[in-house]
Design a protein around this ligand. Structure first.
Ligand code: HEM
Length: 288
């Protein structure tokens, strides 16, 4: 293995660790947010409705053991992520020759993590839509960038067929649609309407759009899979899973597990699409 190959391999391993940690951070953050909102509380939906009237400080003060532990684990994982990003910065841009393509992704990771750190300091326990959306979208985008970095640092990951590479713009469109769904989902969460979703126009919009986006991602995943991209199969399966989790939510009467799984599936969809973008971009092959 040459020096450059060893360096890329290290960047890839650091990027995998970073992606795992970011997923832990976003999932722990979702667990805290959803628990505080009342998912999983008893008796449903009275306890959930009651929580809507409580100020954020009162909700934070009533955190149970599991939420307190999750907040602590969240802080540890977020600090470890920042350290990993700094290590990635050193390995990609501080050594000669610089790894420009991977370095750009690491700079994006650094920018989003600093944004999230500032938001965490300024927003505190706020339940305002701006803080919820900033956290949700920022964390999920960071996960997607880390996944892209994993595949952009893999030597033989580039798509082999012309057809597969032609799908690149479609993956970009898919990513934009999923991000839009995430924004709509975050707005829904901020409105605190999980018990009467059908009565709210944004909720119906999220459901209807969710159906269409899931169907589009399933089709795209199948086409990608047939074009030789194994990640296409993952995309299709995740699209079906996400739609199923969304449909099951109202019937499951405020299930914390389902709401959390819906959040994790959104992250995995973004990560898969970001990975597909990396392997179908011809100039994304690793190396200087
Ligand atoms: C690609 C498709 C979809 C994506 C990416 C997506 C993503 C999201 C996200 C990120 C949230 C916020 C969760 C949180 O606060 O952590 C959310 C909320 C929600 N989603 Fe989806 N969703 C999709 C499809 C659907 C579908 C098809 C349905 C139902 C038919 C649905 C039902 C809901 C409901 C009820 C909530 C509100 C939960 C709350 O009050 O916190 N979603 N969605």
């Amino acid at each position: 293995m040459t020096g450059m190959q060893a360096r890329l391999s290290l960047v890839r391993r650091l990027a995998i660790a970073c992606a795992v940690l970011v997923l832990a951070v976003t999932s722990l953050s979702a667990f805290v947010r959803l628990s505080r909102a009342g998912f999983g509380c008893e008796p449903w939906p009275q306890c959930y409705v009651q929580r809507a009237t409580l100020p954020s400080e009162a909700l934070a003060a009533s955190d149970g053991q599991a939420v307190l532990a999750a907040r602590w684990a969240h802080r540890v994982a977020a600090t470890a992520t920042l350290l990993l990003v700094i290590a990635l910065l050193m390995k990609t841009l501080a050594l000669q020759p610089p790894l420009q393509r991977q370095g750009r992704l690491v700079l994006a990771l650094l920018a989003v993590s600093l944004f999230l750190a500032v938001l965490g300091r300024m927003g505190g326990d706020s339940r305002g839509p701006v803080v919820i959306l900033g956290n949700l979208v920022g964390g999920l985008v960071m996960f997607a960038v880390a996944c892209r970095l994993v595949l952009a640092s893999k030597r033989d990951a580039a798509a082999k067929t012309v057809l597969a590479r032609r799908l690149h713009p479609w993956f970009l469109a898919g990513l934009a649609l999923v991000l839009l769904q995430v924004v709509l989902g975050g707005l829904l969460h901020a409105q605190h309407v999980a018990n009467q979703c059908d009565l709210w126009a944004p909720c119906s919009a999220h459901h209807a759009a969710g159906w269409l986006v899931s169907a589009a991602l399933l089709s795209l995943g199948l086409v990608a899979w047939r074009a030789g991209l194994a990640l296409g199969g993952v995309l299709g399966a995740l699209a079906v899973l996400q739609a199923a989790l969304g449909i099951a939510q109202p019937a499951a009467a405020g299930s914390l597990v389902l709401a959390l799984a819906h959040n994790v599936a959104a992250a995995l969809l973004l990560g898969t699409l970001a990975g597909l973008l990396a392997v179908t971009r011809s100039d994304e092959a690793p190396g200087p």
